[in-house]
Design a protein around this ligand. Structure first.
Ligand code: NAP
Length: 432
C-alpha cells in the first residue's frame, strides 16, 4: 500500500465498539489533503453562539499510529517564552516530531535563537536549536503543524491567521479555548471533542484548524475529576490553588512581590478554571447541525493564589459526588477509580504517562519539589484523600504547570491528532 492508502485505511478503521457511523464518520475525515507549508487563504471565524446540541450520541476515536518513518516538521510560535522553551526541551529527540521553525516577536526575529532567548531550563539548550534563526510570526514558510505559546491578546490575532493559511495550530493560550467550535482537549479526558475541528470554516477552506489545551490549573484538576465523574458523577467542586511563578511566564511576577509572600489574585484565572473544567468534562453532542459540547452541569468555585514556588501547581479540592453508584462512595471506590484510569493504555503515544493520576499515600504529599516530575512531568499526583465536612470528599492534586499544564499537554494533543490521521507524516522529499 502507498502512504496515502495506508492513511485512508487507518481513517476507516475504528477500534471495536468505538466506530463513528454515517455522517459522524464522514465528518471526521480530513476536508482536504493538507500540505506541508501554510498558505494564506480561507477564514477562521469562531462561531458566536454554540449550535443547539442535536442528539445524545458521543463517540471515541482511538486509532493508533505507530509507524512514523519520517519525523513531522514542527513550528513553535512564541518559541523564546517559558512555554516555548519547554516545547524545545520536550521535542528534542521526540520520535514523531522535529522542530524546524521558530518564531517570536519583532524583538527576536532575525536573531539566532541562542541570542534571542534567555534559556531558563535546567537542561542545555540543544546546539542545533541554538543556531536556528528566529522567523517573523507570519504563516508564510511555517510548517503545517504549529505549537503556539503566545499571550492571549497576541494569539487572538495570530492563531486564526495560521489556521486560515492551512496550519494545524495546537495552542496553549486562552484566546479560543471557550469558542464553541474549538476543541479544548485533554486526550485522557475528552478526545472525542476533537470533532469540533470540523465546525471550523478554515478546516473546509484551507485544511487548517485550531486545537487548544486548558489552563495549567484546570488540567491537573480535571485529570483527577474525570475518573470520579465517570463512575460516580460530580455535582459540586470547590478548589483553592497554590500556583507556581513560572505560570506567569518570564520574567513574570517581580521577586519583590512574591518572595516570602502569597498573592491571592491571578487575573481571569478563576473564571478560566471554572468555565474550562465544565467544558472539558462536558459531553460532545452531534447531529445534522454539527457538533457541540454541552458543559457538565455541576456547580464550581475556584480560588486562585500565586505562591513562591518555581514549578508545579498545587490545588486543594472538595467535591460533592453524584449518585451513579446508587450507594455512598467510599475511599476505596475513589482510589480504585484513580488507579484504573488509563484511557490511553496501549495507544503508544510517546508523551502519555502510563499512570495519568498517581496516588501518593504519605500524609504530607504531594509536594511540588518532590512530585511534579512524576510521569516525566505528565502525571497528576493526588493525595490527602479524606472526608470533607462541607461536601463529600477532599484531596490535594499537583501537576507540573509548564509540562502537563502547557507544552507537554499540547504535544500530547498533537500525538493524538497523528494517531487519528489528522496530521500526516512528512515525506522524505518534503522533509529534505
Ligand atoms: P512568555 O514567557 O511571556 O512568552 C511569550 C512568547 O510570546 C515569547 O516567545 C515572545 O517573544 C512571544 N511574543 C510576544 N509578543 C509577540 C508578538 N507580537 N508576536 C509574536 N510573538 C510574540 O509566556 P509563556 O508563559 O510562555 O506563556 C505563553 C502562553 O501559554 C500564554 O498564553 C500563557 O497563558 C499560556 N500558558 C502558560 C503556562 C505556564 O505555565 N507558563 C501554562 C499554560 C498556558 P519575545 O521573546 O520575542 O518577546
Amino acid at each position: 500500500m502507498s502512504d496515502g492508502e495506508v492513511e485512508a485505511e487507518r481513517s476507516r478503521r475504528p477500534l471495536p465498539g468505538t466506530a463513528p457511523k454515517g455522517d459522524e464518520a464522514r465528518a471526521f475525515r480530513p476536508a482536504r489533503s493538507p500540505g506541508m507549508v501554510c498558505r494564506q487563504r480561507g477564514s477562521f471565524t469562531p462561531s458566536p453562539e454554540p449550535p443547539v446540541p442535536p442528539s445524545k450520541s458521543s463517540f471515541l476515536y482511538t486509532e493508533v499510529f505507530t509507524a512514523m518513518t519520517h519525523r513531522l516538521p514542527i513550528g513553535i510560535l512564541g518559541a523564546t517564552g517559558m512555554v516555548g522553551q519547554r516545547f524545545i526541551q520536550l521535542l528534542e529527540d521526540h520520535p514523531w516530531f522535529e522542530v524546524t521553525w521558530l518564531a517570536a516577536s519583532d524583538r527576536s526575529s532575525g536573531k539566532p535563537y541562542g541570542e534571542a532567548v534567555k534559556w531558563r531550563l535546567d537542561t542545555p539548550l540543544p546546539a542545533r536549536i541554538e543556531r536556528m534563526t528566529v522567523s517573523p510570526a507570519e504563516p508564510e514558510g511555517a510548517p503545517r503543524v504549529v505549537f503556539a505559546a503566545l499571550d492571549a491578546t497576541i494569539a487572538r490575532e495570530l492563531e486564526p491567521r495560521f489556521a486560515n493559511a492551512g496550519c494545524a495550530v495546537v495552542s496553549n493560550s486562552s484566546a479560543f479555548r471557550m469558542a464553541p467550535n474549538v476543541p479544548l482537549v485533554i486526550p485522557e479526558v475528552n478526545a472525542d471533542h476533537l470533532h469540533l475541528i470540523e465546525e471550523q470554516p478554515s478546516r473546509r477552506d484551507s485544511g487548517g484548524y485550531m486545537v487548544t489545551n486548558p489552563n495549567c490549573s484546570a488540567i491537573g484538576l480535571v485529570l483527577a475529576l474525570k475518573p470520579l465523574e465517570e463512575r460516580f458523577g460530580i455535582e459540586q467542586v470547590f478548589v483553592a490553588t497554590l500556583q507556581a511563578v513560572s505560570g506567569a511566564g518570564y520574567p513574570g511576577v517581580a521577586s519583590m512581590d512574591i518572595l516570602g509572600n502569597v498573592v491571592p489574585y491571578i487575573a481571569s484565572e478563576e473564571e478560566k478554571m471554572e468555565a474550562e473544567t465544565l467544558k472539558l468534562l462536558g459531553r460532545l453532542e452531534s447531529g445534522p447541525a454539527g457538533h457541540a459540547v454541552r458543559p457538565l452541569a455541576a456547580r464550581m468555585s475556584a480560588h486562585c493564589n500565586r505562591v513562591a514556588v518555581e514549578d508545579g501547581h498545587t490545588e486543594s479540592v472538595s467535591i460533592k459526588l453524584g449518585n451513579k453508584l446508587g450507594r455512598p462512595v467510599t475511599r476505596e471506590d475513589i482510589l480504585t477509580a484513580w488507579e484504573e484510569f488509563r484511557p490511553l493504555a496501549g495507544q503508544d503515544l510517546p508523551m502519555a504517562p502510563a499512570q495519568p493520576v498517581e496516588f501518593a499515600p504519605q500524609n504530607d504529599r504531594p509536594q511540588p519539589r518532590l512530585d511534579r516530575n512524576r510521569g516525566r512531568g505528565m502525571a497528576a499526583t493526588v493525595g490527602r484523600l479524606r472526608p470533607c465536612g462541607l461536601l463529600d470528599w477532599k484531596f490535594t492534586v499537583l501537576s507540573h504547570n509548564t509540562i502537563r499544564g502547557a507544552a507537554g499537554a499540547a504535544i500530547l494533543n498533537a500525538e493524538l491528532l497523528v494517531s487519528l490521521g489528522k496530521l500526516e507524516p512528512a515525506t522524505a522529499a518534503s522533509h529534505a
